[in-house]
Ligand binder design. Sequence first.
Ligand SMILES: C[S@@+](CC[C@H](N)C(=O)[O-])C[C@H]1O[C@@H](n2cnc3c(N)ncnc32)[C@H](O)[C@@H]1O
Length: 238
Amino acid sequence: MADKSQIQKMFRTISPTYDLLNSLLSFHIDKWWRKKTIALFQPQWRQQNKQIILDLCSGTLDLSLQIVKNSKPHIKVVALDFCYEMLQEGKKKIPADWKNRIFLVCADIEHLPVRDNVAGGAVMGFGLRNLIDRQKGLEQIKRTLKPLAKLAILEFSQPNSRFFQALYYLYFLHILPMIGGLISGNSYAYKYLPNSVLKFYTPKQLQKILQQVGFGKVRFSLLTGGIATLHVGKKYVT
Ligand SMILES: C[S@@+](CC[C@H](N)C(=O)[O-])C[C@H]1O[C@@H](n2cnc3c(N)ncnc32)[C@H](O)[C@@H]1O
């Protein structure tokens, strides 16, 4: 099991090639997954009240940019990640006229520097799996959300069809680490990726954890035969 500083270092080393490899290794499907994630919030963004949306483990800001693209100026994004270099890669992609809508914060999700009950929503794309203390991270997210605000978590999962599994594991456990290692120069990172997915919760387990932390109406949808899962829940106050 990697520790926090190893994870930080790993993302630092792969930051220059992260976006390229994301698109290449997922055959661009990641873009569609992110659009589905953001679509969950669009009805609430049509209301004109100002809202802050947290993009947690924001990396190179793909979800933040999707949020801004699909909402009006009253929606602002605070993107948080503990890897400065990932945020810097993301910063290069922010168009000049969006600079007052995305705010970058280099911070640990397990110690969120955000006040209680301020965020109108939160997204976390492929981040939760990397947290050392996931329970603490989820509690921190819940603390910062306004009552009834939504949290959407996009994460890798494992396919459910036997036939697809065979093909998927061949690709995910052998081909992807090879290509990822060659292009990024960090073979550890692209072995860590499938290993961490295999050890991660099943969608049903994560649903239960979210409920235990205090999220209600928790549901999930399997994407692309189950290789990714989109979870959504609302902060409940008891
Ligand atoms: C796989 S990347 C996902 C990036 C982005 N959300 C996306 O959809 O592509 C995971 C990110 O989580 C960040 N991360 C991991 N653990 C973290 C923690 N405890 N606090 C803040 N960021 C963390 C890493 O630095 C990395 O940028």
